[in-house]
Design a protein. Structure first.
Length: 369
């Protein structure tokens, strides 16, 4: 069975991932290497004494995967993600639990800081909500980490989109454990994917290697928020190296977790994006007619009352405002503004922030003020 032989390459003492990939490319299959008693290359002959142990460990891993409903996808399988196979440092095998098509027509990676701000949450939620309305067959990929990753996964689940989490450890655990419930939902509406067998712990280096799969699986990567250094920037640059499209949401120059995005845009690593429509049109996944802002507006936003319009017209002029300032600018009674804001928050029109502040969740151009 090619699955077991490919896994044996992973466990083969003395064989790096680079060597394992070269073996597959040279022999055409892992099985052929294990049946060759006299490899021409001296480096390969040095591996021969370790083959029996590698096959034994691979057999145990296969047994565990079969009992746990984990699919082992070897590099040479038709099920292996073809986008990832185009990458020179692709893994030799993947462990997968889920139902999403790894070769779906539209695959998008969404990444960013683990210290997501309210601004970042708003961007992530609005982006996925709009994507779901305009092109719901997109598969959303991220890393199941805190911050932008989990926001993207949960947003996809809430909007009935499939989402795949790429892990930096084996499928015998979920890290962080706090995301276990979300991960369980993803198995039913997407999947969990890793290159690591069981007993692999989530070490720092694994997360860096994990990022190349997040980038390589997708047609494009969007960075929502990032500081000047971080895993999201590594993923963005990997995507660029793989000749994939990279996008980033801009932010204020004074905001710590927008500096990374601004730097990607300034350095021409990423294209500036401000909405799902921007992204979809740039990718050629929808036409201009399909992506008309009016169509999105009708789909996403409810009808507004005159007083709601007054409040939103005031809010869109600044990043955030207090109720007192809204009362002053709209000339509406305090109690009325307070009641309206509660209702508008339930409708998803505004967000309450610490300190009695409010922010509009509707772009100014969508209000037709």
């Amino acid at each position: 069975m090619e699955q077991q032989y490919t896994l044996a390459l992973y466990f083969l003492q003395g064989a790096s991932s680079h060597t394992a990939l070269k073996i597959l490319e040279h022999y055409g299959s892992a099985k052929a290497f294990f049946e060759d008693d006299a490899p021409a290359e001296p480096k390969l002959r040095e591996l021969l004494p370790h083959r029996a142990e590698a096959l034994r460990r691979a057999g145990e891993e296969m047994e565990y995967c079969q009992q746990s409903n984990i699919e082992v996808i070897p590099y040479n399988s038709h099920s292996f993600p073809q986008r990832l196979k185009e990458c020179a440092d692709a893994p030799i095998a993947l462990f997968y639990c889920g139902n999403a098509d790894l070769n779906a027509k539209h695959v998008l990676s969404i990444v960013g800081t683990r210290r997501i701000t309210e601004y970042g949450r708003d961007i992530c939620r609005e982006l996925i909500c709009e994507l779901a309305a305009m092109l719901p067959d997109i598969v959303v990929v991220s890393g199941l980490a805190y911050g932008v990753d989990i926001c993207a996964h949960r947003g996809a689940l809430q909007n009935n989109m499939q989402t795949i989490g790429v892990l930096a450890h084996g499928l015998d655990r979920i890290y962080p454990a706090h995301h276990r419930d979300t991960a369980a939902k993803m198995v039913r509406q997407g999947g969990l994917l890793t290159e690591y067998p069981r007993f692999t712990i989530p070490e720092k280096g694994n997360f860096v290697r994990r990022n190349r799969i997040v980038a390589g699986l997708a047609d494009a990567t969007i960075v929502v928020e990032s500081a000047e250094k971080g895993g999201a920037l590594i993923t963005a640059r990997l995507a660029q190296d793989y000749n994939r499209d990279v996008y980033a949401f801009p932010g204020r120059t004074t905001d710590q977790y927008s500096r990374g995005c601004n730097a990607l845009i300034r350095g021409n690593v990423a294209s500036l994006v401000t909405s799902a429509e921007d992204f979809l049109l740039s990718q050629g996944w929808i036409t201009q007619q399909e992506g008309s802002s009016q169509a999105i507006q009708r789909t996403l936003f409810p009808e507004l009352s005159d007083m709601e319009r007054q409040i939103l017209a005031s809010l869109v002029q600044a990043d955030k405002k207090t109720i007192s300032l809204l009362v002053s600018e709209t000339a509406l009674p305090f109690n009325r503004v307070n009641a309206l804001l509660v209702g508008m928050e339930l409708k998803g029109l505004v967000r309450a922030l610490p300190g009695g502040l409010y922010r509009s969740l509707i772009p100014a151009e969508s209000l037709e003020l």
